[in-house]
Design a binder for this molecule. Structure first.
Ligand code: DHB
Ligand code: MG
Length: 212
């Protein structure tokens, strides 16, 4: 996913990133090689920050992929319940989690996210919305009752490579994902029980906290 930032700013931010450890580097290379859409380093770091800040015990993630952000949240001591439909990616995620010593804190549901939720119980301290873009509104609606007050939501790809802003300007969304994200972002920032913002971090990152 190309950056929505000006090149110079994107390059600068990359230049000040601390090096990742060997396992994360290996996972990033794996994702690049097989074109697997893992979270960016910034978004994974943001999740770790929020997991630590909220003293999170349990996180719910929509879209495991190979477990890149899953493992990083689990490293904070948080249990992660996550959903993924691709068996090969799940196998890779399990193997990486084993190697990292965090497998016992990760529960992967091998089903479409909205079906998996039938077997998931809250409460959660952190919800990470990724996976199928046209389902973001349903993910928020279904996970919201399971999120504790003071719990946080992180949303990946909220600006969708600039397409969402383009659709806002032209009134003509390029695809269903763009249309869904445009509607989702509006509902997210207007949600009566969320303090929410859509930021230009990476591919557009929504951040919210649940209030009374
Ligand atoms: C795609 C999906 C993602 O979640 C992402 O972070 C980047 C790209 C995609 O489907 O193209
Ligand atoms: Mg994503």
């Amino acid at each position: 996913m190309p950056s929505i930032l000006a090149d110079l700013t994107a390059e600068y931010l990359t230049s000040i990133e601390p090096p990742a450890d060997d396992l994360l580097e290996e996972m990033e290379a794996h994702a690049r090689r097989d074109s697997i859409p893992i979270a960016s380093r910034e978004v994974a770091t943001l999740q770790r920050i929020l997991a630590i800040a909220t003293d999170a015990d349990r996180a719910l993630e929509f879209g495991t992929a190979i477990g890149y952000s899953t493992i990083q949240v689990a490293r904070t001591g948080c249990e992660v319940v996550t959903t993924e439909v691709d068996a090969e990616r799940i196998a890779a995620a399990r193997e990486y989690a084993e190697r990292d010593g965090v497998a016992d804190r990760i529960e992967i549901h091998e089903r479409p996210a909205l079906e998996a939720l039938d077997d998931v119980e809250g409460p959660f301290d952190l919800v990470f919305i990724d996976a199928v873009k046209t389902e973001y509104s349903a993910y928020l609606e279904r996970s919201f009752p399971m999120l504790r007050t003071g719990g946080v939501v992180v949303v990946d790809n909220a600006l969708w490579d600039g397409e969402v802003a383009d659709a806002h300007a032209t009134g003509d969304p390029a695809d269903e994902a763009t249309e869904a994200l445009l509607e989702f972002n509006g509902d997210f920032v207007d949600h009566p029980n969320l303090e929410a913002v859509v930021t230009p971090i990476d591919d557009g990152t929504g951040i919210a906290v649940k209030r009374d």
